[in-house]
Design a protein around this ligand. Structure first.
Ligand SMILES: C[C@H](N)C(=O)N[C@@H](CCCCN)C(=O)O
Length: 615
């Protein structure tokens, strides 16, 4: 370890800097921007791809969407284990990014309807092919994005020396802003691409382009990361810390069980039963981790609500009016409100709200912030329920006649925006109509209609479903509350997980934190499946109530939590171990350190001399 630390000091001393920051981190930040663009861009249109391309119903689309998101946050554990115990962070990022890019390409190919559209009517003839390919693609993406997630941020952190604490903090803020910058751009762009018509034999909504651009961005992310290769400090794998933690806990439990008889004196903490075999420092570190993990138990409920932005809320937006006058917003584009608000709220919270609360003499601790974050997310769902009631009222008493059904009866009818062409052999006629968002019409085509002449007048129509009258702007309050909740909960929670983790278990706790996201997404599936509520607004109210209950439980748990300083505790244990060491070992270590320092200084001198000669 000592050798590694000295090597790192030497490496950082020699590496190029820009404004006090290692040049290497610029490649990492750009990589993160492109990777998040790729991830959020694909995710933005995913639920609509399920619904309109694969023809799944809302419930199945929502379930598969959340299974995918859950998988994305389960795989970080795998990535952390592979990086720590085997490949190291650099190689793990490279290999899993390749898997990720292949997954994105598979998604793009799966959305090309022409591949199986043998009768060229615009609809795929072998839906199984598209379903299987897209599921394989999603699995590879989940493996890739989740696997690299705990590695990239930590790899960025590794590039800073101990003397660059301030720069490292700024790096993490810039990193979070890059995540949201990438997410913002992609959630604007991919829905626009999706809304285009494309195809070889027939034109359909262009999901292949909407998935293709994120695939290209993932390739760019990989290339950028590889270009920076020569500049990175690459820490060696530290060994399987997660394995050691599990073994130590397992031993403590089995040893406690073996000594269950009353004749053995009890110990202060059940983990102390591991002392017979394991280092006291490791046991103390595990105790710190377990304390935080216990506090994590209620957290998944926050993510249960938070991640429904991409599923239920996007589906809700499809039943709303996106006409903003100068621009028309696609339902999946409403998700951009989240990163826009993040980019404005994070600086406002940090520089205005939190300092103001402090000035008022209130101690707004991280756990209090997280509790408020949960409450705000519950409030967001109450807003979503109110909007849903409004939508339901506006759509009452209307019978549904689907245009697809209509097209089955008149297959020669090709739709190009609001202009319809009736075609039979060489003869055709066109008629145009204005359509509102979400509306449905039945057209009456007289049997006496002669093609080749003007049919604008002869075709009459009836409105089956009125255009969506509830405006998408009404979703803004729910987005505001969920994002304010995210800033208080997610940003603070990340910081809390980092600060309360022992030095060698920061990745373990990051993986634990991401696991709460995975569990949260599984809860959506369970609750939606078990509750099976007939009205969507009642489901929103149910989720809001569940989070409110969890919020109360969490506030009680937080009340009893005492904040620790892991560095101080570790130093105390190291001092005790140091006292036990004999002088001989101490002298030997000091001698080794001196020799290594001399070696490094010598190579430094040679390096600089080399530079001067060249100049
Ligand atoms: C784009 C979003 N506001 C964000 O910042 N996402 C973060 C944290 C995600 C936590 C679980 N959904 C990201 O790393 O993508």
């Amino acid at each position: 370890q000592l050798k590694d630390r000295l090597y790192k000091c030497h490496f950082i001393k020699q590496s190029k800097e820009v404004c006090g920051y290692p040049l290497s981190i610029f490649f990492i930040v750009v990589n993160e921007f492109c990777e998040r663009f790729s991830y959020y861009g694909m995710r933005a249109v995913l639920v609509l791809y399920f619904k309109y391309f694969l023809r799944w119903d809302d419930d199945l689309a929502t379930s598969i969407y959340h299974t995918f998101v859950a998988l994305c946050y389960l795989t970080p554990i795998l990535g952390a284990i592979v990086a720590d115990s085997w490949l190291g962070k650099f190689k793990t990022i490279i290999y899993l990014s390749i898997v990720y890019a292949i997954g994105q390409v598979a998604m793009a190919v799966s959305a090309i309807h022409d591949i199986t559209d043998t009768d060229r009517d615009g609809t795929p003839n072998n839906m199984t092919f598209h379903v299987v390919l897209s599921m394989v693609g999603l699995f590879l993406i989940a493996l890739g994005t989740g696997g690299i997630k705990p590695c990239v941020a930590a790899f960025g952190g590794d590039q800073f020396g101990d003397h660059q604490e301030r720069q490292r903090r700024t790096f993490f803020s810039v990193f979070y802003l890059c995540i949201n910058g990438g997410s913002l751009l992609s959630t604007i762009i991919t829905p626009i691409l999706r809304a285009q018509n494309c195809g070889i034999y027939s034109k359909q909504k262009c999901y292949s382009l909407a998935f293709g651009v994120p695939a290209a961005l993932m390739v760019v992310a990989l290339v950028v990361f590889i270009v920076g290769s020569g500049m990175y400090y690459k820490a060696k794998p530290e060994g399987n810390i997660m394995g050691d933690v599990c073994k130590c806990i397992g031993f403590a439990i089995s040893n406690r069980y073996k000594h269950r008889s009353k004749q053995y004196p009890s110990r202060e903490h059940w983990m102390d039963w591991a002392e017979d075999k394991y280092d006291k420092l490791l046991i103390a570190q595990i105790k710190m981790v377990l304390k935080v993990l216990f506090l994590y138990i209620p957290l998944p409920m926050f993510w249960t609500l938070f991640d429904q932005k991409g599923s239920r809320w996007t589906l809700q937006a499809t039943t709303m009016d996106g006409n903003f006058g100068a621009i028309v917003i696609q339902p999946d584009q409403m998700q951009t409100v989240n990163p826009i608000l993040i980019l404005t709220l994070v600086p406002i919270m940090d520089s205005v709200i939190y300092p103001l609360i402090k000035k008022c003499g209130l101690n707004f601790t991280p756990l209090k912030r997280m509790t408020v974050g949960m409450f705000l997310a519950a409030l967001a769902f109450v807003c979503a329920a109110v909007v849903q009631i409004e939508i339901d009222v506006s759509r009452k008493h209307l019978t549904y006649f689907n245009l697809t059904q209509f097209l089955k009866i008149f297959p020669f009818l090709i739709i190009i925006r609001a202009t319809f062409f009736l075609q039979s052999g060489q003869l055709s006629c066109a008629f145009s109509r204005d359509f509102g968002f979400g509306s449905s019409y039945t057209f009456f085509i007289p049997s006496t209609l002669s093609l080749g002449s003007n049919c604008q007048e002869s075709i009459t129509g009836a409105e089956d479903i009125k255009p969506n009258s509830v405006h998408m702007a009404l979703q803004v309050p729910q987005y505001f509350f969920i994002t304010a909740g995210e800033v208080m909960f997610s940003v603070t929670g990340l910081e809390f997980s980092y600060s309360q983790a022992p030095s060698n278990m920061k990745a373990v706790l990051q993986a634990g934190w991401l696991l709460t996201v995975a569990i949260g997404n599984f809860i959506v599936l369970i609750v939606a499946e078990v509750a099976k509520l007939p009205k969507q607004w009642t489901e929103y109210v149910l989720f809001a109530s569940l989070l409110l209950c969890v919020c109360i439980i969490f506030s009680i748990m937080a009340y009893f939590y005492t904040y620790i300083d892991p560095t101080e505790i570790e130093a105390k244990f190291r001092r005790n171990v140091g006292d036990d060491d004999d002088d001989k070992n101490d002298k030997q270590r000091k001698l080794e350190m001196e020799m290594m320092k001399r070696d490094l200084d010598r190579s430094d001198d040679e390096h600089y001399k080399g530079k001067q000669t060249k100049m």
